[in-house]
Design a protein around this ligand. Sequence first.
Ligand SMILES: [Zn+2]
Length: 248
Amino acid sequence: MFRRRARRGLADSDLALVARVVPGWRHLNDDQRNIVIADADQLLRRFRWEAARNFELTDNMRVQIAAQAALPILGLDPGAYAKVGTVVVRPTTVRRTRVSDGPVPGVVEESSMYLAGEADEGDGPLVLAWDSVVSDTNHPARGHNVVIHEFAHKIDLLDNGFDGTPAILDPGQRLRWIAVCTEVYERLRRGEQPTGLRDYAATNPAEFFAVATETFFTVPVELAGSEPDLYAVLCDFYGQDPASRVVS
Ligand SMILES: [Zn+2]
């Protein structure tokens, strides 16, 4: 007789690892920690986890990814990751060439970039490069977090638009969101003054949202200082105030 083995969730022995990898863990109170742990457990069980060819995806790696992904949804509805089905982990970044219309009609431009992660536009897989996950985890003060970045794209996609404006509660909040994000984004595009966000945020509105999100969770005090309006709309959306946790 064959029995379906339940998918592995979080074990007690994983808790020290969770505490090590979640940005700002030491500033969370017990209730918040318990929610992150419970969500990480759910994400471990719910996602389909796949390793790229010739790569061994271990339980330890899955725990690190699920635990970091649990932080942004601490104050959100659990359905925030409804667009995440499969998580694929690769050993390292891949080089992608993208072809786009150039400034002259009929001419295309090719640019290549090294991708640390990808979030499919729709229900497709979320892809992470393990070496980038490790590097971001070990250096949270740099303000980068590829796990949070890619999962933010999937939150953005909830309303089926890859546009940097996630499905937001009420119309007033949405208007404020658009006004604040557009102002900072345009400034970043013009290169006018430092915003505390890395340049990649100027790529398009979707990347702006993903970069703003990873900055918000990894270096919240810095973002609150450099862009208080942006920080405030992110607090409103995520239902969390990570900078106040640090200073309180
Ligand atoms: Zn991105």
